[in-house]
Design a protein around this ligand. Structure first.
Ligand code: ADP
Ligand code: MG
Length: 743
């Protein structure tokens, strides 16, 4: 039924099924055009659709405004008695902006965000209707949440989950809807989302880091965790996308031979941005800025059709919300431009995958903690302390840190083209490495001076420039880059909260432990500076295995890392085990971030999600093989066979044999590939059946990893070979060379 056509679109040829094109053309027409080009400057329309402090000042009574500032700036508890007044102010502002609906916006343990829209309208009791929005609707809702994953915490008959407003993330408007950022918890109080543990981790790191920062700067009242994410993504033409069922169903191509040209010329990175893509970027930036996301950087990435967007860093909780919002804006706006935005970590084999570097730092209410000012010895000791304790957190929980970024999709990226390896280590650069060595080896004479009248610490002051000049080792998953650490193993599709809640709580634990040891020494009469230095020196020795300044891609590093005792596991289901190790549970409980019950429940979800992803991939892959590839290949083989027969008809046997030599070879080759594909698709289906019967989610995920996933790769090899043999016109899927080059 499907005849093929060549369609000229945007000046280049796309081959796809006519029927499918029709679907796409209709989709283009339906796509909403909602990005009006503003007449104002970005600085003027920034935050236009956010109920930020400026709006609060305008729409709330003075005393309510003051209370809200206290909640946002100082973490004061939200006082329910002002809820109605806040809701009134928000409603007035929202209605002025054409809003008719509102929704609690939360981050369940699926990908993306969840929302259920309700109208403002209510009966007025006189036969008409009126817009209503009370405080209680703002503050709390009870979504029927039975179909969100809970890992068994909330059984379906006890379907209640609560979403509660998080006033530290401001409400905003999208289209006609007021979006209210909320946390999501079960009836019994367990977290069912990413936000609750994230907020607890941020609280823990604030407490722990403030206490340590006060050794150096007694005035410090608060420590803030900052996050600057860099979002990588691919764009593909929408008409090609819909002709690839694997992309539609799984977000990645499960088959496809390398394009003759991909990224080998290094001509895409920082190259000039294709015009169509630039139009897309402009639109997403306008929307983002209007929603208060401080977009700053846009550029081409390494792989063809790969791009990046980065805002200026923000407080971590807000930055996480903004990233979730940004990902949904990107997906929506892409369609308006006839693109699909791929956030999968590895949409294409053989070219770079996409990550989301998480630039992380701590700052106090009076200054920064990872900055090296090089003014006083005490400043330098503060710098060394926070660097070392961060590394201690990363070292002590390196397996867990990997678990926080591991997923069925990110597993394809780690260890592949230009992605960090699946081993967590830290690059410090020469200046900082030397500095730590210097501190460790400073002789005791020097230390004995400490605590006498003039505190003199033999640390060279560190010129900031030098630290900033760390040659950026791109192979390191956790690199120090001047005034922050850059966690590069985070996947492009991931919710940053997973990595950030882990990092912040692990650092909190390290700092709590640090303070306990320093205080113990001080109680024994040791001077503060000397006590700090002693503990820091102890920890510098301890963290050595995590520091690695060499090439993270090399095989020598893999061997060396194993020798150092770092977690080298690559199987995602086994990597998840790290969450349930005793030291992990202890850390989460000590910092009050998650309980054992929550951790166990979350792991059930992780294993189940992993299984489902591989299951879907395997199913669609099997379908593609048997319903798309094999029929086309068989048809092409028949053409060749027919040709051989015809040659026999018109030539004498010996000559015919000679003429048909290549075709005969091809016919055989095709048979071999076909046989392998058919046999192994069957084997894969069997492997799935066996795995599906396994009760335990963990064991099932392991079975999917060990017995189903490898077959996808093995079979793919043969499909990709066939792609190079079969008539291009007959090939049923758009090829890499078409998918990867937008003109
Ligand atoms: P690169 O691609 O070289 O790593 P980018 O300029 O693309 O760097 O992105 C750097 C990111 O790091 C931005 O989001 C920036 O705001 C963020 N950043 C800069 N300084 C800090 C800091 N002290 N803490 C957290 N993030 C930071
Ligand atoms: Mg970066």
């Amino acid at each position: 039924m499907l005849t093929f056509a060549v369609k000229k679109q945007y000046g280049y040829q796309i081959m796809a099924a006519r029927l499918r094109f029709k679907v796409v053309d209709d989709a283009f027409k339906r796509a909403p055009v909602y990005v009006e080009q503003p007449k104002e400057r970005p600085s003027e329309y920034f935050g236009k659709y956010v109920f930020n402090k400026q709006k609060m000042y305008k729409y709330l009574p003075a005393k309510v405004y003051k209370k809200m500032c206290d909640v946002i700036d100082n973490g004061a508890p939200f006082d329910r008695t002002i809820a109605d007044e806040v809701a009134q102010g928000i409603k007035t502002w929202a209605i002025e902006n054409g809003v008719t609906h509102y929704t609690h916006w939360f981050q369940p343990l699926t990908e993306g965000t969840a929302q259920k829209h309700d109208g403002f309208v209510e009966h007025d009791g006189k036969g008409g209707m009126v817009e209503e929005f009370e405080g209680k609707l703002l503050v709390q809702q009870e979504p029927d949440a039975s179909s969100f994953p809970s890992g068994g915490i909330r059984s379906t008959f006890e379907a209640r989950g609560y979403s509660a407003w998080d006033p530290t993330s401001p409400v905003f408007i999208i289209g006609d809807t007021l979006m209210i950022p909320t946390i999501f918890i079960s009836y019994t109080g367990e977290a069912l989302d990413y936000k609750v543990p994230l907020k607890k981790a941020l609280h823990a790191v604030d407490k722990a880091a403030t206490a340590v920062a006060q050794y150096f700067y007694p005035d410090v009242k608060k420590v803030i965790s900052n996050l600057g994410w860099e979002q990588e993504y691919f764009l593909v033409d929408e008409s090609l996308y819909v002709a690839r069922p694997d992309l539609v169903m799984t977000g990645r191509t499960l088959m496809g031979h390398d394009s003759a040209k991909n990224q080998q010329m290094d001509d895409h990175y920082f190259g000039s941005i294709p015009v169509r893509v630039e139009e897309f970027m402009k639109d997403i930036e306008i929307l983002a800025l209007q929603l208060g996301i401080p977009c700053k950087t846009r550029h081409n990435e390494v792989a063809p059709n790969q791009f990046e967007l980065a805002p200026i860093f923000e407080e971590t909780n807000l930055a996480v919300d903004h990233n979730m919002l940004m990902m949904s804006i990107m997906k929506n706006v892409a369609r308006k431009h006839g693109f699909r935005c791929l956030l999968h970590e590895k949409p294409f084999k053989g070219v770079n995958g996409s990550g989301k570097h998480n630039n992380w730092s701590l700052a106090t209410d009076t200054g920064k903690l990872l900055h090296a000012p090089g003014k006083t010895a005490m400043d330098n000791l503060r710098f060394v302390t926070f660097i070392v304790e961060t590394l201690k957190a990363v070292y002590d929980h390196n397996g867990l840190l990997k678990a926080s970024i591991m997923s069925a999709t990110n597993a394809h990226r780690l260890g592949a083209n230009e992605a960090p390896p699946a081993i967590i280590s830290s690059f410090l650069g020469k200046t900082v490495t030397d500095l730590l060595e210097h501190v460790e080896k400073a002789d005791d004479d020097n230390l004995s001076m400490v605590g006498k009248k003039a505190f003199k610490l033999d640390l060279p002051s560190i010129p900031e420039l030098l630290i900033d000049n760390t040659d950026r080792n791109r192979t390191s998953p956790f690199a120090f880059t001047g005034n922050r650490f850059e966690f590069r193993a985070v996947g492009s599709e991931a919710n940053c909260a997973s990595a950030m809640l882990l990092l912040n709580s692990a650092v909190a634990e390290a700092l709590i432990d640090f303070k306990t040891r320093v205080d113990a020494l001080m109680q024994k009469g040791e001077a503060k500076e000397s006590a700090i230095l002693k503990v820091v020196r102890e920890d510098i020795k301890h963290i050595k295995p995590i520091i690695f300044n060499g090439n993270g891609y090399s095989d020598e590093w893999k061997a060396e890392a194993a020798k150092r005792g770092l977690d080298c596991e690559t199987s995602a289901p086994l990597v998840f085990d790290n969450y349930l190790k005793e030291e992990s549970v202890r850390m989460f409980e000590k910092t009050h971030v998650m309980t054992r019950v929550e951790l166990e429940a979350r792991n059930e979800i992780k294993w189940e999600t992993y299984t489902k992803k591989i299951q879907i991939e395997s199913r669609i892959f099997g379908d593609l093989c048997l319903n798309h590839i094999i029929p086309v290949v068989t048809k092409y083989q028949s053409v060749l066979i027919e040709n051989v027969h015809k040659v026999q008809d018109i030539f004498p046997a010996e000559k015919a044999q000679k003429i048909s030599k290549e075709n005969l070879h091809l016919i055989e080759l095709i048979s071999d590939h076909e046989t392998f594909i058919i046999e192994n698709v069957e084997k894969m289906v069997e492997a799935r059946k066996v795995a599906n019967r396994i009760e335990s989610e963990r064991e099932k995920a392991i079975a999917y990893h060990d017995t189903v996933a490898p077959l996808l790769e093995e079979i793919r090899y043969h499909v990709d070979k066939l792609e190079t043999i079969v008539d291009d016109e007959a090939w049923p899927l758009p090829k890499y060379r078409e998918l990867l080059f937008i003109r």
